[in-house]
Design a protein around this ligand. Structure first.
Ligand code: ADP
Ligand code: MG
Length: 336
């Protein structure tokens, strides 16, 4: 069978079937933002790893090494944030083609460490190889949390409210601006802000931890693939459906202003754009007050429902199915 017939997530399921299935200390294995491993009765080790490939995840005509370093750190820190954990250590592996210079690699690490150091996360190892043509980057982050604070994708229950941090769609809009050859220079402040959100996203580590410590959420994920896909991951893992309202999706003032008078699919970017690195989480109705008391930048966008399907309700109360539209690496199409 060709991998393209199976798709990325089917392939991961097959890989999972071939591995050791049960271990009393692996509280969470394949299928969440990070693995959660019990290393002592109360301490949980969180581990997450992500690969970034030139031409697939990044393009040097849009990004520089410093931004790439920052973004590689952000993507992994965001997965630790989504588990409600504290990042502690990291490892980086690289495949470097001939055309890349020492100064460029140093620039990568300047960007990488400006974010990792802000989170007191120390580089403790990695691997370096020569690569034929393309630059390959792999980052692993180790974090920690307490057994009672782990926030997985599987705890959402019917009736829970669905929240997101920050605003959605900026990153996709920023990428669109870059793809259209309109770099930050000579652009208005909105375009600059959107490009910045795409190249240097800020992971919600403090917010994820605050939500976990307050004990108010039932499930959490970071929005890396796009709201429609990441909400579908939570629903699938929790065995529930959901309903979200299009008029509640938080859109930044920069995106609203930039899109005005332009044919920019703002709602589509917000629902399916991806790489926002915001958090999506569910809160039982009795705990929303506790969440509000934390004063975090969060918006309630919908409710967890029975069943399996996810619906989008528009401002005239019309309901339509919200299909996950994240990228499948092997099908190279939307997942549905
Ligand atoms: P995220 O978007 O949060 O990084 P992914 O969608 O990349 O998560 O991965 C989903 C799950 O599948 C994660 O638990 C990840 O660790 C696991 N996974 C992905 N690829 C592999 C692989 N080749 N072998 C084992 N586990 C994998
Ligand atoms: Mg994730």
């Amino acid at each position: 069978m060709r991998i393209s017939d199976l798709g990325e997530f089917g392939l991961i399921r097959d890989i999972q079937r071939l591995s050791l299935r049960k271990s009393s200390s692996a509280l969470i294995g394949i299928g969440d933002d990070a693995a959660a491993l019990r290393v002592s009765p109360s301490k949980i080790l969180l581990v997450t790893t992500d690969m970034l490939l030139e031409e697939i995840h990044f393009d040097f005509s849009f990004t520089d090494f410093r931004s790439l370093g920052w973004k590689s750190a952000a993507a992994n820190l965001s997965d630790i944030a989504a588990m409600g954990g504290v990042p502690r250590y990291c490892l980086t592996s690289m495949g470097i083609p001939d055309r890349v210079s020492v100064e460029q690699i140093k620039d990568f690490y300047r960007g990488f460490h400006s974010l990792m150091k802000a989170h007191k996360t120390m580089l403790v190892g990695g691997d370096t190889c020569h690569s034929g043509k393309e630059m390959v980057i792999s980052v692993t982050v180790l974090g920690e949390t307490e057994r009672t604070r782990i926030l997985s994708r599987s705890g959402a229950r019917p009736g829970d409210r669905i929240f997101v941090t920050g605003t959605l769609g900026d990153s996709a809009a920023g990428l669109e601006i870059l793809k259209n050859g309109r770099g930050p220079k000579g652009k208005g402040p909105e375009a600059k802000r959107l490009i910045e959100k795409h190249l240097s996203p800020v992971p919600r580590v403090a917010e994820g931890r605050a939500i976990a410590l307050a004990g108010c959420a039932s499930a959490m994920i970071d929005i890396s693939d796009g709201l429609s896909s990441d909400l579908a991951h939570v629903c699938e893992q929790s065995g529930v459906g959901a309903e979200i309202r299009s008029d509640r999706i938080p859109i930044s003032a920069s995106l609203m202003k930039f899109a005005r008078g332009r044919a920019m699919p703002v709602l589509h970017f917000a629902l399916s754009g991806g790489e926002d690195y915001e958090l999506l989480f569910t809160v039982p109705p009795g705990k929303t007050k506790r969440l509000r008391s934390l004063n975090l930048p969060v918006t309630e966008i919908g409710t967890v429902k029975r069943g399996k399907r996810v619906f989008l309700v528009d401002d005239r109360n019309r309901k339509s199915r919200l299909k996950p539209e994240g990228y499948d690496h092997f099908r190279r199409t939307n997942v549905s």
